[in-house]
Design a protein around this ligand. Structure first.
Ligand SMILES: Nc1nc2c(ncn2[C@@H]2O[C@H](COP(=O)(O)OP(=O)(O)OP(=O)(O)O)[C@@H](O)[C@H]2O)c(=O)[nH]1
Ligand SMILES: [Mg+2]
Length: 241
């Protein structure tokens, strides 16, 4: 019997094997559509693991998570506003340095992250070894090495996902420090952001986006506030009536 249902997001640079992993996990149990209001494909699948159900969303592949493109917006809005229980960041073991850039961006948004070092077979062929333990210590999150195409590392990933949703893994995501000037501004902004949203969104990340002049995020946040205010009014009306 199925107990709980959790939501997993798959993020990563293009061509890192996200869809291959998505297919390996969900088999035929998947469907596609468009993201609401966007012409970007949305793939959703289901799988069960030890009596729990997981819904997994294959996000568009992106190099960053700012507002540079619809793909980036879709991926980052999902992580921020939909708050998946776990975000899997899939990286290419043969070009870790470039790929980790996105992983660090995701870590600023959520701490519930597992790094999937994929294409480990290709890395081995090229004589590249990846020390998952050191990487995990440095990033402060679990790291699983895998080859999605050869279905290697899937079991280890599934049990890591389970441990994470059960709260059995303590994460200490690496916080990337910015220049003193930026850090001072972040500290100035954080209290107002907390006042408006409480713990609903990652305060430091929002401060950084605002400092970067991200008007699209500012608009989304304003919409959320208006939505909240309207809901509040509806409740008030109902109480009065
Ligand atoms: N050698 C090897 N190839 C892999 C592995 N996983 C995926 N691939 C291959 O890498 C290519 C890209 O895989 P996709 O799953 O389409 O990558 P993606 O991240 O979904 O790409 P986008 O949707 O464009 O972001 C395909 O040719 C896969 O067969 C792996 O573990 N090892
Ligand atoms: Mg894909």
């Amino acid at each position: 019997m199925s107990n709980n249902k959790y939501r997993i997001a798959l993020a990563g640079n293009p061509n890192t094997g996200k869809s291959t992993l998505f297919n390996a996990l969900t088999g035929m149990n998947q469907h596609t559509g468009n993201w609401p209001g966007k012409t970007v494909e949305q793939a959703i699948g289901l799988f069960t693991y030890e009596s729990d159900t997981y819904e997994i969303i294959d996000l568009p592949g992106t190099y960053s998570l700012y507002s540079n493109s619809t793909d980036e917006e879709v991926a980052r809005d999902f992580i921020i506003f939909e708050k998946p229980d776990v975000t899997l960041v899939v990286v290419d073991a043969t070009s870790l340095e470039r790929n980790l850039n996105l992983a660090l961006q995701v870590l600023e948004m959520t701490s519930s992250v597992i790094l999937c070092v994929n294409l480990i077979d290709e890395a081995t062929k090229k004589g590249i070894t990846v020390n998952a333990k050191i990487l995990s210590t440095q990033l402060g999150i679990p790291v699983v090495t895998m080859s999605a195409r050869n279905k290697i590392g899937i079991d280890s990933l599934l049990s890591t996902i389970q441990q994470m949703v059960l709260g059995k893994i303590s994460v200490r995501p690496l916080v990337v420090p910015y220049s003193e000037e930026v850090e001072t501004k972040i500290k100035e902004l954080e209290p107002s952001i907390k006042d408006l949203f409480g713990d609903q969104y990652p305060t430091r990340w929002i401060a950084l986006r605002l400092l970067d002049g991200d008007t699209k995020l500012l608009q989304s946040l304003t919409d959320k506030l208006v939505e909240k205010e309207n809901n509040h009014l509806h409740v008030k009306e109902r109480v009065i009536l």
